[in-house]
Design a protein around this ligand. Structure first.
Ligand SMILES: N[C@@H](CCC(=O)N[C@@H](CS)C(=O)NCC(=O)O)C(=O)O
Length: 313
């Protein structure tokens, strides 16, 4: 199926843990989508042409709208394709809130276990790339030393999932799968793929293991493949559908038309600069231009980024 300006394009790569979170959400919604494989390390010229500097994976593109971060991707998929909802039952905010645990504390512990206790799963170029990004040494001896203690932390944290499932529910927030499931699941799925022996610490968590199988069985919807050039052509030929809107309650008065830079609030990376189209408590959308893709609108979540007004704005 050829992609067009309405198609969901996920810029991703196969082994990327956060891409798996997005793929499972696409599966929960039973969506058809296009997988655009991006490099694991810099340079990522096509991705950066779309985002203006944001280099993480995954990024979702629909026409000339570019959604950065799985939190933003989940929110936009929910807005465009509300049924079935990934915000289960009465716990609509919790799916997002739990992401602060699963995508930071839980994921960091997962990373330390995989790289500290597992076989070497990455090459020198990957290590140099991540060192340059974080400004910190990869410190394999430190990871090795921390891994046994982190295993205890992980057993405790996955133990919460076991406790949550102990009343017989099928998924974390009820009998329907949702964002919370995708957010915990990608951590386990990644350990299972790259360091399966690491899951021995969870052997006794039988409800967790059965839940993992259920979430895996949800699958990834219907993916097709799209080349990077074809994705850029779609962005170039499309017009963003984002409508200009000023949020009167913006804490720092940011309004439509302001020039801003947006940067991730953890280990930073390149700021993305542009002109605000719309914003709310949960998103900011900025317009920018690029010689290859023309005018695009890049969308970020608010929890997880800092927005800075450009000097003189
Ligand atoms: N908060 C982001 C995290 C994404 C992330 O860290 N992705 C990893 C790959 S799974 C990545 O791109 N790392 C390289 C980098 O940070 O440049 C999200 O939810 O999408």
């Amino acid at each position: 199926m050829a992609a067009d300006a309405q198609s969901i394009i996920l810029h991703q790569y196969d082994l990327s843990p956060f891409s798996e979170k997005a793929r499972i959400i696409l599966g929960m919604k039973g969506l058809e989508w296009h997988a655009c494989t991006q490099p694991v390390i810099m340079p990522k010229p096509e991705l950066v042409a779309l985002t203006g500097g944001y280099r993480r994976i995954p990024v979702m593109q629909i026409g000339a709208d570019i959604y950065c971060d799985t939190q933003m991707i989940a929110r936009e998929l929910e807005r465009r394709y509300p049924i079935p909802s990934i915000l289960v039952g009465a716990d609509r905010g919790l799916g997002f809130g739990l992401g602060l645990w699963t995508d930071r504390a839980l994921f960091q512990a997962t990373v330390t276990l995989v790289f500290g206790a597992g076989e070497r799963v990455v090459d020198d170029a990957f290590i140099r790339d991540r060192e340059a990004l974080s400004g910190r040494s990869w410190d394999l001896p430190g990871k090795r030393e921390a891994a046994p203690r982190v295993a205890e932390q992980l057993r405790a944290q996955f133990g919460w999932v076991e406790e949550q499932l102990s009343d017989g529910r099928r998924y974390l927030l009820g009998d329907q799968p949702g964002l919370a499931d995708a957010s915990v699941y990608y951590n386990i799925a990644w350990i299972r793929r790259v360091f399966p022996a690491g899951l021995a610490i969870l052997d006794r968590l039988v409800l967790l293991m059965a839940w993992e199988e259920r979430v895996r069985a949800i699958g990834h919807g219907t993916p097709h493949i799209i080349s990077r050039e074809a994705a850029l052509d779609i962005a170039h030929d499309a017009i963003s559908t984002e409508v200009a809107a000023t949020d009167q309650l913006e804490p720092n008065g940011i309004k439509s038309g302001d020039s801003v830079s947006v940067i991730a609030d953890d280990y930073r990376g390149e700021p993305v600069s542009g002109v605000v189209v719309s914003s709310s408590a949960q998103h900011i959308a900025i317009r920018r231009s690029d010689p290859r893709v023309g005018e695009v609108v890049v969308h970020f979540p608010r929890s997880g980024v800092f927005v800075m007004l450009a000097a003189g704005a």
